[in-house]
Design a protein around this ligand. Structure first.
Ligand SMILES: [Mg+2]
Length: 186
C-alpha cells in the first residue's frame, strides 16, 4: 500500500485559531484578512503574554470545523492507502505551552477520525524527514523531501503562490477534498 502524509491544521480542520484571536481581541477578522501563515501575528506584541494566558485556558480544536468532505474522502482513501497524519505542535513563540497543544491534537484526531490508528499520528515540525509516496499540506515548505506526489492544499496564506513556483517544485495545488479524491481514488 502506498503511504499518504496528511497535514492537520487547515487541511483537516480550520477556524479555531482565528476564532480565539477574535474572541481575545473583540474583533471580527475573516480568513481573507490574514496574509501571514501565523494568525497570532494579528495580536499586538505587548498583548502577547495576556494572549498566551487566554489561549492556554482554551482548546483551539473546540472552535475548529472539519473541512468539507474530509471525513468521507479520508475514510475512502484509507481503504486504498496507509494514511499518516503529520502535524506540528510546538508553538513558535511559546514552546512551554506546547504539551497542551499536543494533547488537544491527539484528542481531536482520536475522536473525529476513528478509522485512522493513533499509531499513524506523527507529531513533528520537520516533515521533510518523512518518507511517504504522497504528501498533502497547506504549507509549501512542508512538502519538501521524498514523495512522488506533492499536493498543496489551498489556504488563506498560500493563495498568492504562483503556479510557476509550484511547478518548479513539482507541486500541484488542490482546492478541496473532492479534488484530492479525484486525483487519488482512481
Ligand atoms: Mg497546516
Amino acid at each position: 500500500m502506498k503511504k499518504i502524509m496528511v497535514d492537520m491544521d487547515d487541511v483537516i480542520c480550520d477556524g479555531g485559531f482565528l476564532s480565539l484571536v477574535n474572541q481575545f481581541l473583540g474583533t471580527n477578522y475573516q480568513k481573507g484578512d490574514i496574509k501571514t501563515y501565523y494568525i497570532q501575528d494579528l495580536i499586538p506584541k505587548e498583548k502577547y503574554p495576556e494572549w498566551m494566558e487566554f489561549f492556554n485556558t482554551k482548546n483551539v480544536y473546540d472552535f475548529c470545523e472539519m473541512l468539507p468532505d474530509t471525513y468521507e474522502v479520508l475514510e475512502k482513501l484509507s481503504k486504498k492507502y496507509e494514511i499518516y497524519i503529520a502535524t506540528a505542535y510546538i508553538f513558535r513563540d511559546n514552546e512551554e505551552y506546547s504539551a497542551n497543544n499536543l494533547k488537544n491534537k491527539f484528542e481531536y484526531l482520536y475522536e473525529h477520525l476513528p478509522f485512522i490508528s493513533p499509531d499513524n499520528y506523527i507529531f513533528t515540525t520537520n516533515k521533510e524527514i518523512i518518507d511517504c509516496d504522497i504528501k498533502i499540506d497547506d504549507k509549501l515548505s512542508n512538502l519538501k523531501g521524498k514523495a512522488e506526489t506533492k499536493l498543496l492544499f489551498t489556504a488563506y496564506h498560500n493563495t498568492e503562490i504562483p503556479k510557476e513556483e509550484l511547478e518548479k517544485q513539482g507541486v500541484l495545488r488542490v482546492n478541496s477534498w473532492k479534488e484530492i479524491e479525484a486525483l487519488l481514488y482512481k
